[in-house]
Design a protein around this ligand. Structure first.
Ligand code: ADP
Length: 295
């Protein structure tokens, strides 16, 4: 008891029960031990603590609601892409069927693409549901270069349609890393789609280029760069583009980059960009090759 502070309840003279801190100190004079008890009324501190707790609870609630909002916008954003693709592939199928002599090979191809996109939408929903249900992340050892190949193949028709030349400079010494492959693929898809949007309005005489570069940087992090020679980002907009709901596109949601940023941060990496209006933009992100894989 000596030297400790105990929280006890005391009875005030007016009959009110109050919380008190009680501590006992020992000292000796001429080899005789004496004890002093210090009693402190801590009602005010208790009230303050309760207020702080209520405030923290409220904050946690607001944060949770904010996260749910972000998640809902995220789902809408991610699902919108495959749905748009499904709409255009289905439209193409209808056109093929209406032709005088329907080309079954083309029809089959378009149906396969529709199926691929529908499966992808399902995968995103499934993944988000798991994410909400538990904190367990789906991390496994993944080769970043192969995620890039998959993402490029998912955007291939858009790249071709917009005459974009793609160049992949992928290092062959990258170690497999423990990441959530679907999430990193979402990051890559977002960055590639943004580059396509930035490139598609360039005058025809300028070759449109998209380069994806991976390498192991000095800090032993995998670094991935997605570079385009598109219209670039106006200087005034550069500090806003990573914030939710900022968009310069008529049909944009402005959620893509803020989601990418959260995903990379949850993987203990960093995302950033450099952009020169009229010349192009490079987005880059890093991923640690070892160590912390919780998130
Ligand atoms: P959205 O694509 O729905 O607008 P994002 O968060 O992905 O949402 O992007 C926010 C904004 O950042 C875009 O509207 C655009 O102005 C700008 N941006 C992103 N990537 C590029 C890029 N590669 N080139 C030029 N501008 C870009």
């Amino acid at each position: 008891m000596v030297g400790e502070i105990r929280e006890v309840e005391g009875l005030r003279r007016d009959g009110m029960v109050v919380p008190i801190d009680l501590s006992v100190a020992e000292f000796s004079i001429n080899h005789i031990s004496y004890y002093t008890a210090i009693v402190r009324d801590v009602s005010l501190r208790k009230i303050q603590e309760q207020q702080d707790k209520a405030h923290l609870d409220e904050l946690a609630h607001v944060t949770r609601i904010g996260l749910m909002g972000e998640m809902a916008s995220g789902i809408a954003h991610e699902i919108n892409q495959p749905l748009t693709a499904i709409v255009s592939y289905s439209q193409a199928c209808i056109n093929f069927i209406r032709a005088e002599k329907p080309d079954l090979a083309q029809l089959g191809n378009a149906l396969n693409k529709t199926l691929e996109q529908a499966l992808r939408a399902g995968q995103i929903i499934h993944h988000m549901r798991d994410f909400v249900k538990s904190k367990t992340r789906h991390r496994s050892t993944v080769d970043v270069n192969s995620l890039i190949q998959i993402s490029i193949s998912l955007c291939n028709s858009d790249l071709k349609h917009n005459n974009i030349i793609q160049e992949l400079k992928l290092a062959n010494n990258l170690p497999g890393i423990a990441i959530d492959g679907v999430q990193i693929e979402q990051v890559l898809l977002n960055l590639i789609r943004n580059s396509i949007d930035a490139l598609k309005d360039l005058p025809l005489e300028i070759p449109r280029k998209l380069t994806i570069h991976t390498y192991l940087n000095q800090d032993n992090f995998i670094e991935c760069r997605v570079k385009d020679n598109g219209k670039g980002i106006a200087e005034a907009d550069q500090e806003k583009i990573l914030t939710p709901f900022f968009t310069t596109k008529p049909d944009g949601m402005g959620m893509g980059l803020s989601i990418c940023n959260s995903i990379i941060r949850a993987h203990h990496g960093v995302m950033s960009f450099s952009s020169y209006p009229g010349k192009g933009t490079t987005f880059y992100f890093t991923l640690p090759t070892q160590g912390k894989i919780n998130g």
